[in-house]
Design a binder for this molecule. Structure first.
Ligand code: NAD
Ligand code: UDP
Length: 341
């Protein structure tokens, strides 16, 4: 119970029955794996502020202590260095499972570790959820749709993934993680939730993250040319991080399993994105073209009808507004002056 007075339990010792008072649970105990990463740090902040007891677990592969420095010292926040490929014993009520590198640059760096993290890491966290009867939320990805043949992508689309390509450690890892999550629900009656996150950006993205928005913003701020891979005609749809957090928490606290697409459906080519970054960050920025990477999806845009209907959720922050919210944070961390617009 979440009562404030604790509750009495009968304990039988031989022929004696004693009454013990179980310690009261005042707070929702929430585990956030990958909590020191970009999305995780925003989620931890949100949950700590609403009064949950948050346990952040991270191996600091791409995340950092700086991302959660503002939470250290709060009585309802704990930080544990741990790799989810190893077992973890904790008592919790909810598990947000984010631990996994998300940028192509990082997940291709050690692809075998990436797929191990996705599969074994998810299996370990599902095992923990089973033992503690916690509700489990998996952060899956739009990458499960691969290079999509359906546009925009609905949750019922099965995807088009190259299972032996350079991106498959991530794509197939997440597909296997979804499979495991649904099998734990079917086999063990676990309460599970799945969100498929579309490209998300915002403050605290690692400066060396390598994803397009953080690259362009950092390049525009440091006066280096924006690197467009290929001809820049490929598309993505960019979501500001606060919209994602609101969507994820709604899914976790709501009654529906999903999967739910959580993303902003406004679609941009990379050339258009570069143009908007120039407008918002630095009109003098130049553009340079580089060879594209293998299996790069040609277009991506979420259909969010399901989330709108079942969660009453939709994104609020448009690209220009979101980008300008990133500039202060990036300016500070890059130690540069903000260019005059
Ligand atoms: P990120 O790289 O900033 O965060 C991932 C975090 O997980 C990091 O703190 C990292 O150190 C940690 N981690 C990695 N491997 C681990 C392991 N084995 N054990 C413990 N911790 C480990 O990336 P992000 O953008 O914050 O992504 C968070 C989650 O959301 C990921 O699961 C990612 O797949 C998913 N996602 C993100 C996006 C996006 O656009 N940001 C899109 C789709 C899905
Ligand atoms: N991209 C780019 N320049 C960069 C980084 C990425 O043009 O500096 C392109 C990349 O080829 C892809 C898109 O931007 O088409 C999104 O890439 P990102 O790595 O951000 O995420 P993805 O959606 O591919 O996981």
């Amino acid at each position: 119970s979440n009562g404030t007075s604790g509750h009495k339990v009968e304990v039988h010792q031989g022929d004696k029955t004693i009454i013990k008072t179980k310690p009261r649970i005042e707070r929702n105990r929430v585990l956030v794996t990958g909590g020191a990463g970009f999305v995780g740090s925003h989620l931890c902040t949100y949950l700590v502020e609403r009064g949950d007891h948050v346990i952040c677990v991270d191996n600091f592969f791409t995340g950092s202590k700086e991302n959660v420095a503002h939470l250290l010292g709060k009585t309802n926040f704990e930080l544990i260095r741990h790799d989810v490929v190893e077992k973890l014993l904790l008592e919790v009520d909810q598990i947000y499972h984010l631990a996994c590198p998300a940028s192509p640059v990082h997940y291709k760096y050690n692809p075998i570790k990436t797929i191990k993290t996705s599969f074994i890491g998810t299996m370990n966290m599902l095992g923990l959820a089973k033992r503690t009867h916690a509700r489990f939320l998996l952060t899956s990805t739009s990458e499960v749709y691969g290079d999509p043949l359906e546009h925009p992508q609905t949750e019922s689309y099965w995807g088009n993934v190259n299972c032996i390509g350079e991106r498959s450690c991530y794509d197939e890892g997440k597909r296997a993680a979804e499979c495991l999550t649904f099998d734990y629900q079917r086999e063990h009656n676990l309460e599970v939730r799945v969100v498929r996150i579309f490209n998300t950006y915002g403050p605290r993205m690692a400066l060396d993250d390598g994803r397009v928005v953080s690259n362009f913003v950092a390049q525009a701020l440091t006066g280096t040319p924006l690197t467009i891979y290929g001809h820049g005609e490929q598309t993505r749809s960019f979501q500001y991080v606060s919209d994602l957090i609101e969507g994820m928490v709604r899914v976790m606290d709501g009654p529906h399993t999903g999967p739910f697409n959580i993303g902003n459906p406004t679609e941009f080519t990379m050339l258009e994105l570069a143009q908007v970054v120039k407008e918002v960050v630095n009109p003098k920025a130049q553009i340079t073209y580089k060879e594209n990477t293998a299996d790069d999806p040609t277009r991506r845009k979420p259909d969010i009808t399901k989330a709108k209907k079942m969660l009453g959720w939709q994104p609020k922050v448009e690209l220009r507004e979101g980008l300008s919210k990133m500039v202060d944070d990036f300016t500070k961390r890059l130690c540069v002056e903000k260019p005059a617009i």
